[in-house]
Design a protein around this ligand. Structure first.
Ligand SMILES: Cc1cc2nc3c(=O)[nH]c(=O)nc-3n(C[C@H](O)[C@H](O)[C@H](O)COP(=O)(O)OP(=O)(O)OC[C@H]3O[C@@H](n4cnc5c(N)ncnc54)[C@H](O)[C@@H]3O)c2cc1C
Length: 474
């Protein structure tokens, strides 16, 4: 019996899931019908690389964490290992904006938390009182309550407000374009809760367990990318899948319903398709819209995952235009600084292969939770604000040789306090009410990073495979 499975969403989660299913089918010497439905005209979702005049311009993610193995393993599996590029070791320094100045991130910190004390004691980023408060983590008792709390609540009680607002907020919440006081500790940085539980002091725990590629003083690259941009991963996946899977681009799924026979019917604007199993990888809003009649009561609450809009702005300068050496990987901007830019990557320094010395490339982010008004402006106005910040912070007055603005509408899912528990409850209900209808992707419970999405895609595809090989299909 040839099983039919639909994957909704052609981002990295959906494509990895399809790849995993076809590998499982291959190993079992079985054939399956795998259909991938994608609303837009291209595959990749948030992964989007422009390749223009031999430049590699990332509009979405620009790299992935090397220490999470799923991403690197997938790259190897697809034969792209020789394309892996590590971050320039000479451009490791990160800056933080403090009172309108770029200040070195102190060495020996992990995610803003000091592991080595001397450089931290010397940094002008915190007052003496702020530093003293950070070290009270060494003596504070641990929290006994196992329930979730906000990342901000955790950081403030362990390290105080100053470290939280000046360093941790832009570094940690910045990954989600969120606010530390809204984001769930359990869903974003559960390792902090584990460290507190095990070692009481988070600093002591980090000193015992610090991973060599994450401490800012280490020698190895914490991030990797691909020579032709992350789009190469998408291109390779679609190439490998093209023989055995069917792609349906520009085909948003508008409705999913249960069939009396046990499978599911997917409806587009013009057609209906039936499947044994459906793996859904879009954001929760699109899921709620399409599966409105099918999902268990309570889904609206469980799937309340607001998403924040952001934009990336690429500014390319000829080398003679810049009076700044871009001697690092870029900077992050705490909210207190009231800037349009939330963070900037000095791309041509961090990833020299992207411009090969022909341009100095700066990539700025705007928009985060509570600071999204900027996205109501037109491109010209956004660019003006970004350039004003670059002039203030880096002294850049020159007009960029080229610019590229990409808007990401409601693109960054916010894992609010209690997120993991809500998604777990939702999935449990789904397993009972809608067996064979599975969800995965950045909006659910595995993390927003590319390796997290890869892992979720693989795991959920394996669950789908197991489901299709249960008794009812025999
Ligand atoms: C600006 C930005 C920078 C980032 N930087 C990094 C980074 O440096 N490193 C990192 O690891 N991560 C980064 N991320 C996060 C990471 O890129 C994403 O979390 C990840 O790519 C999400 O993949 P996904 O497949 O789960 O979802 P998506 O990529 O969103 O894919 C979902 C797909 O579903 C489609 N879809 C939606 N509704 C329907 C429907 N009804 N029918 C059919 N198709 C539908 C969408 O068009 C989309 O293509 C960044 C994200 C953004 C926005």
């Amino acid at each position: 019996m040839r099983r039919k499975i639909a994957i909704v969403g052609g981002g990295i989660t959906g494509l990895t899931a399809a790849y995993q299913l076809l590998k499982l089918a291959d190993a079992a010497k079985e054939e399956i019908d795998c259909h991938i439905f994608e609303a837009s005209s291209r595959l990749g979702g948030k992964i989007l690389t422009y390749r223009e005049q031999n430049l590699v311009l990332e509009a979405g993610p620009d790299s992935m964490l090397a220490r999470k193995p799923a991403g690197v393993q997938l790259i190897r599996d697809l034969g792209l290992e020789s394309e892996i590029i590590e971050q320039n070791p000479n451009a490791r320094q990160t800056y933080i904006v403090k009172n309108g100045q770029l200040v070195h991130m102190p060495g020996g910190t992990q995610m803003g938390i000091p592991i080595h004390f001397t450089p931290f004691l010397e940094t002008p980023l915190l007052s003496a009182a702020g530093k003293t408060r950070v070290f009270s983590d060494l003596v504070l008792p641990k929290r006994e309550d196992p329930s979730d709390e906000s990342l901000g609540h955790f950081l403030r009680r362990r390290f105080g407000d100053e470290l939280t607002d000046s360093l941790c907020e832009p570094l940690l919440a910045g990954i989600y374009a969120g606010r530390v006081d809204d984001l769930s500790l359990q869903a974003t940085f559960p390792q902090f809760a584990d460290l507190e539980k095990k070692y009481r002091s988070v600093i002591l725990g980090l000193r015992k367990t610090a991973h060599p590629t994450t401490a800012s003083t280490s020698g190895r690259s914490a991030f990797i990318t691909l020579r032709g941009g992350l789009q190469s991963l998408i291109d390779r996946l679609s190439e490998v899948l093209s023989d055995s899977a069917q792609f349906h681009l520009r085909t948003p799924i508008l409705e999913i319903q249960r069939l009396e026979t046990g499978g599911y019917e997917l409806s587009t604007a013009y057609e209906h398709f039936s499947f044994d199993c459906v793996l859904w990888t879009t954001d929760t809003q699109n899921l709620l819209k399409a599966a409105n009649k099918l999902l268990p009561v309570g889904s609206n609450q469980w799937l309340n995952v607001p998403a924040v809009s952001t934009a990336t702005i690429l500014l390319g300068y000829t080398p003679d235009q810049l009076n700044h050496s871009l001697d690092g990987s870029g900077f992050v901007v705490p909210r207190l600084e009231n800037r349009a830019i939330t963070a900037a990557t000095w791309t041509s320094s961090k990833w020299p292969h992207t411009t090969q010395g022909r341009f100095s490339l700066i990539r700025c982010y705007v928009g985060r939770s509570g600071q999204q008004e900027i996205l109501e402006l037109d491109d010209k106005q956004i660019l003006q604000k970004v350039r004003r910040d670059l002039e203030d912070l880096m002294g850049i007055q020159a007009s960029p040789y080229f610019t590229h603005i990409t808007r990401w509408q409601e693109a960054m899912p916010q894992y609010l306090v209690g997120h993991r528990e809500r998604i777990r409850t939702f999935k449990q209900h789904m397993a009972t009410h809608t067996p064979g209808f599975l969800v995965a992707g950045a909006s659910y419970d595995g993390g927003v990073g590319i390796p997290d999405c890869v892992l979720q895609g693989q795991k959920t595809a394996t669950d789908a495979w197991m489901y299709m090989h249960t008794e009812i299909f025999r």
